[in-house]
Design a protein around this ligand. Structure first.
Ligand code: ADP
Ligand code: MG
Length: 703
C-alpha cells in the first residue's frame, strides 16, 4: 500500500472531532470506517449562503432564504407544552415572524434588539403571514468576521448521530478537519488523464473537496459530474472485468452438433412458425455455445412473446450433444406448467423430461435423483428444489432460469456450481430498463424478443373506478357468455395480509353471488392454500372447468391459459406498473379479443393515476419498464440494485442515464486495450481497484 493509501485508510477514530466512541457510531450508522469512507459520504443538497434576500422577495416558492435585519419585538406565548417564542424580524422591506418551540429560555436571553442579524431558514406560510421556524441566526458583524457566506453542504443524519453532535453542521466541521489533513497528492486519480480530458472532468481531489466544501455553484456542478462519472465508470470496470475474466478463464462446453433431434423437432414437432425475433435469439444462443466460451445470456421478452419454445430448443441443442439440461422456475405452478408443455411438445421424441419440486419427496424423489445422476433424464424441470444438496446431474450442459427477477444472484451462482461450467440462459418477462440491465446484469449478454407471435389481438386495457363496477361486470358477463374465462386478481401485501385476505374472500363471495352456480363455477386461489390445492385449482381453471378464478398474484408469473380473455385487477392502484403489466400478460394468449380491467378507488394519487393511464395506453413492456423507473421512488430501484450488490452513492440511474452510457462505453474501450490495466496511464485506476476491491480475486493481487 502506498503512503497516500495508508493515509486514506486511517481509521476514522483518529480524525479530529471523532474519537473511539463516536467512531463506533459512524461505523454502525453509516459504515464509515476510514478517511476514505468519510470522503465518499456525500451531501444530498446545498444551501446557498452567498446571497441575501429581502423580506418582500419571499414567495410561496421560496425554500431556504438568508436575510439581514433586526429584531423588534419578542414575545412568549402559550402554556406548558404549547409554549413558543415569537420574534418580529424586520428589514427595510417588511416584517416576518421567527418562531421557536424549543430552547425558548436560552434563545430569549440571547437575542438582542437593535443589533443587525443574519438569519437563515425555511419560510412557512401560515394564515397569510410568513414565519421561519427555528432559523439559524448570527450577529451580522460576527458573520462578516468569520467570512461566512458560501455554499453549505447538507448531510443526512440520524437521531443517534445527532445525539453525538453529528448533525449536518457537525459533518461540515468534520470535513473541514479532514481537508486539513488530506491534500491533493493523497488522492491519486482513478480516472486516467486522457479520459478526464476528453470528458472535461475535474481531478478527483478537487471534486472531493468541492463536493464537501464548495465556494461557488459551478464547483458543485463540476464535482457532481466528475463523481457520478467516477462511480459509474468504476462500477463498469468492475462488472466488465468479471466478464472478461470469465471469457478468458472459463472455457465453454463444446456443443458442435446439430443433427436429427433438433431438425426433426423444427420440421415436424413445432406447432407454429417461429417469429423472426425467436429465430434471431436462437441463432445468438447457437453462436454462444459454438464459440468455445461459456454462454451467459439474459433473454428479455415481453409476456407472451414465446420464450418457452426458445428455451426448449436451446435445451435440445445441449441434448443433441449428449448433455443434460435443466429449466428452473420460481413457483411450483409454473414449473408444473413448463413440465406439461415440454412433455407435450416432446412427445414422440426420445427426450426424457422429468420434474422435481419441493412437494416431490421420499421414494419418488430418490428415483428421480438416481435417474438424473445416471444420465437417463435429459431435461429436469423444477423449482428451488433443484438447488438442494443431493441433486446431482450426470452431465449438465445447460441451465435455463425462467423469470430471473425472482432469483437472487447468489442462487444463480449456486446453480452454476452444479455443473462443470454449463451454459446459462436467464429469461425474464420483466423488461429491465437498459440502465438497470447495464448495471445489475452488466456481466450478461442480452438478447431481446421484441415481437409477439402473429395473430394476437392486443389486449384492451380499461380503467374503471369503483362507481363504474357495473361496466366491469358487463364485460365479464359477455366473456362468460362467449365461453371465455376470467381472472379476478386481488392484491396481497405482506403488511396488510389479514385485511387483504378478507377483501379476497369477500370478493370471491360477491362474484359467486353475481355469477351463481350451477351455471357458473367460481374458484379461489391464494398462497395460504396447500400446494396440492393450489395445483388442483389451477388445473381446473386451465382445463376450463372453472369459469372465474378469484386469486392473489400467485398467478402472476408465466401461467398460460389461452382461453382466459378477461383479467380484472382489483385495487389496481396498489400495484406497481411492472407488476400490472405482468398480470395483464396472463390474458390475451388465445385468439379472441381480451380485456384487462383496472378497478380502483375514486380518489387516486397523481402517480397512481399515471400508472393507470400508461397501462391503458401502452402494451409495450419496455416503455412501461422505463416509465416505471421514472415514476417509482428511488427506494425500489435501489432494492433491485442492492440485490445485485450494487449501491450507488451519488449517481442516479433515473437521471444519469447519459453519463452511464458514456462511462460504460469508456470502460469497455479501456479494457479492450488494456484488460489488466498494465499501462502506466492506468496505474491510478488499477491501484484504486486493488484498494477498493481487496477481496476480489482479480484485484486483490498486489501488483
Ligand atoms: P412467455 O414469453 O411469456 O414465456 P410463452 O412461451 O408462454 O410466452 O408463449 C406464449 C404462448 O405463445 C404459448 O401458448 C406459445 O405456445 C405461443 N407461441 C410461442 N411462440 C409462438 C409462435 N412463434 N407462433 C405462435 N404461437 C407461439
Ligand atoms: Mg414464460
Amino acid at each position: 500500500m502506498s503512503l497516500s493509501q495508508q493515509k486514506l485508510n486511517t481509521s476514522i477514530e483518529y480524525l479530529k472531532g471523532v474519537g473511539p466512541a463516536r467512531a463506533q457510531i459512524l461505523r454502525k450508522e453509516l459504515g464509515i470506517y476510514t478517511f476514505a469512507d468519510l470522503l465518499y459520504y456525500f451531501p444530498f443538497r446545498y444551501v446557498d449562503k452567498t446571497k441575501f434576500y429581502t423580506i418582500n422577495q419571499i414567495t410561496s416558492e421560496t425554500t431556504y432564504i438568508q436575510l439581514k435585519g433586526r429584531i423588534t419585538h419578542l414575545e412568549e406565548l402559550g402554556e406548558k407544552y404549547k409554549k413558543r417564542l415569537l420574534a418580529t424580524f424586520e428589514d427595510d422591506t417588511g416584517q416576518i415572524q421567527l418562531i421557536w418551540f424549543k430552547g425558548i429560555r436560552w434563545i430569549k436571553n440571547n437575542l438582542k434588539s437593535n443589533v443587525n442579524y443574519v438569519i437563515f431558514g425555511k419560510p412557512n406560510f401560515y394564515k397569510g403571514s410568513v414565519n421561519i421556524p427555528h432559523p439559524d441566526y448570527e450577529i451580522e458583524d460576527v458573520h462578516t468576521m468569520h467570512n461566512r457566506g458560501k455554499f453549505e453542504a447538507v448531510y443526512s443524519s440520524s437521531d443517534h448521530l445527532r445525539r453525538v453532535g453529528f448533525n449536518s453542521k457537525g459533518f461540515n466541521k468534520l470535513f473541514s478537519n479532514l481537508f486539513e489533513i488530506i491534500k491533493a497528492p493523497d488522492i491519486i486519480d482513478n480516472i486516467p488523464e486522457t479520459i478526464r480530458q476528453r470528458f472535461q472532468l475535474i481531478k478527483r481531489f478537487d471534486a472531493l473537496q468541492y463536493i464537501h466544501l464548495p465556494n461557488e455553484q459551478h464547483q458543485i456542478k463540476q464535482a457532481q459530474r466528475r463523481l457520478k462519472f467516477e462511480e459509474l465508470f468504476i462500477l463498469q470496470i468492475k462488472i466488465l472485468s468479471v466478464k472478461i475474466d470469465r471469457q478468458n478463464s472459463i472455457k465453454g462446453l463444446a456443443m458442435p452438433n446439430i443433427n436429427t433431434l433438433f431438425t426433426n423437432f423444427y420440421k415436424q414437432q413445432l406447432p407454429f412458425e417461429l417469429t423472426n425475433a425467436q429465430k434471431r435469439v436462437l441463432k445468438e444462443i447457437r453462436n454462444d455455445i459454438l464459440s468455445g466460451l461459456q454462454m451467459n445470456r439474459l433473454l428479455q421478452g415481453d409476456v407472451g412473446s414465446g420464450k418457452t419454445i426458445v428455451s426448449l430448443m436451446s435445451m435440445l441443442m445441449a441434448i443433441e450433444n449428449h448433455y443434460q439440461a435443466t429449466l428452473m422456475a420460481p413457483t411450483e405452478i409454473l414449473a408444473q406448467q413448463h413440465y406439461a408443455t415440454l412433455k407435450k411438445m416432446l412427445s414422440g421424441t426420445k427426450v426424457c423430461v422429468e420434474i422435481l419440486t419441493g412437494s416431490i419427496k421420499g421414494k419418488r424423489r430418490n428415483v428421480i435423483l438416481e435417474r438424473l445422476v445416471s444420465g437417463e433424464i435429459d431435461i429436469l424441470v423444477g423449482t428451488h428444489a433443484l438447488l438442494e444438496k443431493g441433486v446431482k446431474f450426470c452431465k449438465l450442459g445447460m441451465i435455463i432460469i425462467d423469470e430471473q427477477h425472482r432469483f437472487g444472484v447468489a442462487q444463480r451462482a449456486r446453480l452454476i456450481a452444479h455443473g462443470q461450467r454449463p451454459h446459462i440462459l436467464v429469461m425474464t418477462a420483466t423488461p429491465i430498463p437498459r440502465t438497470l440491465a447495464m448495471t445489475v446484469y452488466g456481466d450478461l449478454d442480452v438478447s431481446i424478443i421484441d415481437e409477439l407471435p402473429p395473430g394476437r389481438e392486443a389486449i384492451k386495457t380499461v380503467h374503471f373506478k369503483e362507481y363504474e363496477r357495473d361496466k366491469m361486470l358487463h364485460i365479464v358477463h359477455k366473456a362468460l357468455e362467449s365461453k371465455q374465462q376470467v381472472f379476478v386478481i386481488y392484491p396481497l401485501i405482506y403488511e396488510s395480509a389479514k385485511l387483504d385476505y378478507k377483501a379476497l374472500e369477500e370478493g370471491f363471495e360477491s362474484i359467486r353471488n353475481i355469477f351463481p352456480g350451477p351455471k357458473y363455477t367460481v374458484d379461489m386461489l391464494h398462497g395460504k392454500m396447500k400446494t396440492v390445492e393450489k395445483e388442483a385449482a389451477m388445473n381446473r381453471f386451465s382445463k376450463g372447468k372453472t369459469h372465474i378464478l378469484v386469486s392473489t398474484t400467485v398467478v402472476e408469473v408465466g401461467v398460460d391459459v389461452p382461453n382466459a380473455s378477461v383479467m380484472v385487477i382489483e385495487s389496481a392502484e396498489r400495484f406497481g406498473l411492472s407488476q400490472l403489466h405482468q398480470l395483464r400478460g396472463r390474458v390475451g394468449r388465445g385468439n379472441s379479443a381480451s380485456y384487462c380491467i383496472l378497478m380502483t378507488g375514486s380518489k387516486l394519487s397523481y402517480e397512481a393515476n399515471e400508472r393507470m393511464r400508461i397501462m391503458s395506453e401502452s402494451n409495450d413492456g419496455f416503455l412501461i419498464a422505463e416509465t416505471d423507473l421514472n415514476l417509482r421512488g428511488p427506494g425500489e430501484i435501489e432494492g433491485t440494485l442492492q440485490s445485485g450488490h450494487i449501491i450507488l452513492s451519488i449517481a442516479n440511474l433515473k437521471t444519469d442515464k447519459a453519463i452511464l452510457k458514456v462511462a460504460r462505453q469508456t470502460a469497455m474501450d479501456l479494457l479492450k486495450k488494456d484488460p489488466l490495466l498494465k499501462q502506466p496511464e492506468n496505474l491510478g485506476l488499477k491501484q484504486f481497484m486493488q484498494f477498493k476491491f481487496k477481496e476480489s480475486k482479480r484485484w486483490g493481487r498486489i501488483a
